[in-house]
Every structure is written in structure tokens, then in C-alpha cells.
Design a binder for this molecule. Structure first.
Ligand code: ATP
Length: 270
């Protein structure tokens, strides 16, 4: 819930098979899974395990899903918070929440901390500060930096953070020993979309005419979140029509509806 400000500590069931496409990103985070499972294998020669990695990509491409899958694959607890929850926070609260989160995470290590929308806290301190300032945001960022520096490479806590604006991040966050690795989580191409349809078609009662490849061809520019949305809408449309199975026509109508929704959203923004 939003009120809790950070979630977690629970194990997750999501694994890499729930994440379609994103083969390169999965390969890169596979290493993090291994660090979590068997840290001493990597530190024996004096090497240091990275503390954090940045997942970079547009909204809805599966950054949260991938972070959860890392925790699921390693079978470790998952903690998460969203940067946007920290704006407009009372003085002292954001920083205290960050300290509290790290304390709980360290007690449950090995584990993953996921920070969604890190740009909301981690915006460059030298620019873009709103008039009137947001000192609490800066306090929160500072406490995050202090916490990251404060735990050892052998603590077993790995922090994954997501952003679609890596260029706006404070350079302090990107320094060695902090988020010094970037992993791109891009929008899927037609093959990726076919695979994502594959995942989200699986739980549906489908008519034999439904074809993931054709659906992928009709949804250029869609991210995974929109594909998941199309599949769910199609099932609801078919149910409303009292059908026993979801047909290609229901998907067509769902695609139109999702495109309509996206256009409305874009109009509101521009
Ligand atoms: P945001 O930046 O908006 O938070 P995100 O990149 O974290 O987005 P998710 O929240 O992980 O995106 O994706 C939303 C939902 O879309 C997922 O729960 C999943 O159902 C679906 N989805 C997104 N990408 C994929 C993918 N690669 N494979 C399967 N499902 C996906």
C-alpha cells in the first residue's frame, strides 16, 4: 500500500519465465542472482560484489517484474519503495524511512531492495529544483547515499533501481560502489511482443484462431504493460459478449480500446 511507503520482506514467486523477451537484461541480472545465492564464490579472490544496478527504460517495459524475478530466482526477500512517494514528505520522514528500510533489509539479507522511479529522489541536486525547494527530497537522497556507502560488499543486500530518465540523476548516485551498472529494459520488438503475448495468453480460454504473432504485428510500440492490458481487456470483452472463448475479434477490439486510452493519455500530457 502507498501508506506503508515501502513494501516487503516477503519472498516472491515470480521468476525469469514470467519475464518474456528481455534476453540481454535477463543475462545481465543472472549475475546478480548468482551473487545473492553464493556470495563467497565471488569474493574469494578479493573482488567486490556490486551494491546496485540501474534498470533503465520506458514505462511498462517490465523493470519491476525483472527486479522481482531476480529475488524469485535467488529465493530471497524483496523490499520495494517508489521514489514518487517521497515527494512532498514532511521533513525528516523520507530520510528516516530509507534508514528503516535498510535496517530491515540488512536483517533479512541476502535480499533485494527495489527503488522504482529513483529519479524522483535522485534528481541532480544542482538543477531542476522547484522554486520553494524540496529539502526533504535532498535529505532522502543523502540518506540513500549514506546507507549505500555504509554497508559492506558482503552484506548480501543488492539494490536495483528503475528510471526512464538516467540523464537527470545526480552523479553521486552513479559513482563506483553505488549504481555503477546500467541495464537497459527496452520496448519489445515484434519477437519480444510475440513472447509477451505468449505469457499473457496462457491463462485465458482461447479460440483456436488466436495467434500471438498476428497480435504482435498489430501492436507496434506497445510495452509489456500494454500487452498485458490488451489480453485482460479481450477476456472481459468476450465475457461481456457471453462467449465461451476469447476470439481474435475480441483482441482486435481490445487493441483499439488500449490505443484509444493511450491517445487520450498523450492528449492530456501535451
Ligand atoms: P514502470 O516504469 O511504469 O513502473 P515497469 O517497467 O516497472 O513500469 P512493470 O510494472 O514491470 O513495468 O510491468 C507492468 C506489467 O506489465 C507487469 O506486471 C506484467 O504483467 C507486464 N509486463 C511488462 N513487461 C513484461 C515482460 N517483459 N514480460 C511479461 N510481462 C510483462
Amino acid at each position: 500500500s502507498r501508506a506503508a511507503l515501502f513494501e516487503g520482506g516477503d519472498k516472491v514467486k515470480i521468476t525469469f519465465k514470467d519475464v518474456a523477451g528481455l534476453e540481454e537484461a535477463k543475462e545481465e541480472v543472472q549475475e546478480i542472482v548468482e551473487f545473492l545465492k553464493n556470495p563467497s564464490k565471488f569474493t574469494v579472490l578479493g573482488g567486490k560484489i556490486p551494491k546496485g544496478a540501474l534498470l533503465v527504460g520506458p514505462p511498462g517495459t517490465g523493470k519491476t517484474l525483472l527486479a522481482k524475478a531476480v529475488a524469485g530466482e535467488a529465493d530471497v526477500p524483496f523490499f520495494s519503495l517508489s521514489g514518487s512517494d517521497f515527494v512532498e514528505m514532511f521533513v525528516g520522514v523520507g530520510a528516516a524511512r530509507v534508514r528503516d528500510l535498510f535496517k530491515q533489509a540488512k536483517a533479512k539479507a541476502p535480499c533485494i531492495i527495489f527503488i522504482d522511479e529513483i529519479d524522483a529522489i535522485g534528481r541532480s541536486r544542482s538543477r531542476g529544483n522547484v522554486p520553494g525547494g524540496n529539502d526533504e527530497r535532498e535529505n532522502t537522497l543523502n540518506s540513500l547515499l549514506v546507507e549505500m556507502d555504509g554497508f559492506g560488499t558482503d552484506s548480501g543486500v543488492i539494490i536495483l533501481a528503475a528510471t526512464n530518465r538516467p540523464d537527470t540523476l545526480d552523479s553521486a548516485l552513479l559513482r563506483p560502489g553505488r549504481f555503477d551498472r546500467q541495464i537497459s529494459v527496452d520496448k519489445p520488438d515484434i519477437i519480444g511482443r510475440t513472447q509477451i503475448f505468449g505469457v499473457h495468453l496462457k491463462p485465458l480460454a482461447l479460440s483456436p484462431d488466436v495467434d500471438a504473432k498476428k497480435l504482435a504485428a498489430q501492436t507496434p510500440g506497445f510495452a509489456g504493460a500494454e500487452i498485458a492490458n490488451v489480453c485482460n481487456e479481450a477476456a472481459l470483452i468476450a465475457a461481456r459478449r457471453d462467449k465461451k472463448m476469447v476470439t481474435m475479434q475480441d483482441f482486435q477490439d481490445a487493441i483499439d480500446r488500449v490505443i484509444g486510452g493511450l491517445e487520450k493519455k498523450n492528449k492530456l500530457i501535451s
